[in-house]
Design a protein around this ligand. Sequence first.
Ligand code: ATP
Length: 308
Amino acid sequence: MTVASPVIDVRGLNKSFGALHAVHDFGITVERGRICGFLGPNGAGKTTTLRLLCGLLTPDSGEGEVLGYNVMSQSELIKRRVGYMTQKFSLYDDLSIEQNLIFTSRVHELDRRAARVEAALERLGLVKRRRQLAGTLSGGWKQRLALAAATLHEPELLLLDEPTAGVDPEARRTFWDEIHALSDEGMTVLVSTHYMDEAERCHEIAYIAGGRTLARGTADQVIDESGLTTFLAEGPNVGRLIPRLRNHAGVEMATVFGTTLHVSGRDRAALEEAIAPLSQAPIVWTETRPTLEDVFIQLTADLQREAD
Ligand SMILES: Nc1ncnc2c1ncn2[C@@H]1O[C@H](COP(=O)(O)OP(=O)(O)OP(=O)(O)O)[C@@H](O)[C@H]1O
């Protein structure tokens, strides 16, 4: 692999479990040092896609390379060069932080074990807690320990499956600072998440639903390409407008966010027609840039309509 080659360059990946086609024609190119976020509803196929890319599952069909190795035939070589953090905490509750890291380094038969463990403890701010049992750590610290374990062998590609699910905002921010620090050093990161703020912290995102990639690009590109227009209503009890909007042609989504109502659709004229009769004081309407969440709700609704 030359320096300029993408770390991931795959096309047409498919994976079925019996009759369930979990991943349809998945393709992606990710350059070195990029953080790529996978978003999508539960059961969309994000975990399966991550597993296809790190060599834990072999695609039924497809082609391409991960870290310069053939994704169909060299999964063993890929597996050894990636770090994978699963959804479940998979370390030992009854071992200390340090013992867990030593154990992981032995399982992977790493060289320079003591130095690697020490560096990981320092990097993730775990030195003071090194003797604390993993089972007694809070969610955020557990995730940092899991990240330390997943990066101990200095992988070139890191796959994180919902790494911050259930972790408080402060710990999530610290975790993301660490992901960005790794990326700045050249680590390529694929991360699945349900959090919109995390999607915005990725260099690029892929939105997956029903096993298909429905949108791909930077957050701005995904918003621009959605073709959505969004109006925002502010005023007392804006939620009461929803029943009058939902069945109106042109209104594809009407959802309350806090004290504001977001109304979106792709047909601007029809949307303006829908809100016109509701534009009376004290309700104030303004046009706003659609958020990623607006776009994702829209994409999932499209898929649902197709399925019905
Ligand atoms: N080993 C397996 N055997 C059978 N079905 C599976 C297997 N792994 C995943 N599936 C199914 O494939 C589909 C995609 O699952 P996957 O875990 O990839 O989705 P996901 O997007 O990661 O979901 P979540 O956000 O809930 O983690 C689901 O319907 C799931 O039940």
